[in-house]
Design a protein around this ligand. Structure first.
Ligand code: SF4
Ligand code: SF4
Length: 341
């Protein structure tokens, strides 16, 4: 079994493209905030223009003319399949030569998306499930969503689409993570992503502690990841807690990630998304750098706790010794571990 920490790199970039914020579900932990991200749906012409912008990226051009070939694109919402022209967006991303194309979906697969694109036009459909049982998943994601996502995966796998699954771990559903290997081993998914809940969007307004402790995280996550990987499914999960031998890096300084919203905001850090701290704004199909103060000013700060934004918005995962020093650093939320056979 191979285990590795995925190092940040400027040679590969990720474009998380929210083409709308509308959704048919109303998950309790949804990170979308319409106050910050707007409520519009991008028309296909604008989607094409913005895809071109990031395949070419004139405002950031460093002499590299083939940015698309180094950029993974992930279509998101809201629920991206609610967009009637998603299939045209996928075809355009393919035509522009993006390195990989993924659609993140809640499983409802609107507008017959499986009929409108073929499995060689897209790398992955990524399905969200937040509990191994209907009871737990549907309490978080809504009545009927468990059945819907399971049927969606079966349909997509039957049509030879590569499928992955995303499980967002919180204090509410971590107890069911150990049931996941048995549930998914015969589903046909190729990758399993464990995410940690971020305290943003609706989660920031929920009562009680949502994030799991370091002990719980370290006791459960690597073990479940190994079990799932033993079934031939590649597992990716966030590092979260750095040990003393590991050094902290902020992806905002050493990687290229763009989180694009339909109101034109472009963030480099997902946990800044509840605030008007975006690094760029798209205006007239150009990427414009925003004035200070923005997230970039935070990326340059060095604190003993590691991630600055974590300390500001979700400090409950920090602990200190008697001298007042942090017991561990919190990694950048984009630092991932991978396990596969
Ligand atoms: S499916 Fe995604 S976008 Fe829709 S409510 Fe749930 S978390 Fe939010
Ligand atoms: S999560 Fe923290 S470390 Fe990562 S980009 Fe944001 S501010 Fe930087």
């Amino acid at each position: 079994m191979l285990k590795q920490t995925v190092a940040f790199s400027k040679d590969s970039s990720n474009l998380f493209f929210h083409i709308l914020t509308k959704c048919n579900l109303s998950c309790t932990h949804c990170y979308i905030s319409k106050d910050q991200h707007g409520d519009n749906t991008l028309d296909i012409e604008t989607i094409r223009n913005w895809l071109f912008l990031f395949s070419n990226r004139p405002a950031l051009n460093k002499g590299d003319s083939n940015k698309a070939g180094q950029t993974n694109i992930i279509f998101l919402g809201g629920e991206p399949t609610l967009h009637p022209d998603l299939y045209l967006a996928v075809k355009e991303a393919k035509r522009l030569g993006f390195k990989s194309i993924t659609i993140d979906t809640n499983g409802y697969l609107f507008h017959n998306i499986l009929e409108k694109i073929s499995c060689d036009e897209i790398d992955f459909f990524s399905f969200s499930l937040d509990g191994a049982t209907k009871e737990t998943n549907d309490a978080i994601r809504g009545e009927g969503s468990y059945d819907k996502v399971m049927v969606g995966i079966q349909k997509a796998c039957a049509k030879n689409f590569s499928c992955s699954m995303i499980y967002t771990v919180s204090d509410i559903n971590i107890h069911e993570l150990e049931l996941m290997p048995d549930l998914i081993k015969t589903l046909g998914i190729k990758r399993f992503f464990i995410q940690v809940i971020g305290i943003r969007g609706k989660s920031s307004k929920m009562e009680g502690k949502l994030q799991v402790s370091k002990e719980t995280w370290l006791n459960i996550i690597p073990k479940v990841a190994e079990t799932i990987a033993s079934h031939g499914i590649m597992v990716t999960f966030p590092k979260v807690f750095l040990d003393k031998t590991e050094s902290f890096q902020c992806a905002g300084n050493v990687a290229e990630n763009y989180f694009v919203f339909p109101n034109g905001r472009v963030y480099q850090c997902p946990i800044c998304e509840d605030f008007p701290l975006h690094s760029y704004e798209i205006k007239d199909n150009l990427l414009i750098t925003t004035p200070k103060i923005n997230e970039k000013d935070l990326f340059g700060l060095t604190i003993p706790e590691g991630c600055v934004m974590n300390k500001i918005i979700q400090p409950q995962n920090l602990s200190y010794n008697k001298k007042g020093d942090p017991e561990h650093q919190i990694a950048c939320c984009m630092l991932k571990e991978e396990i596969f056979i």
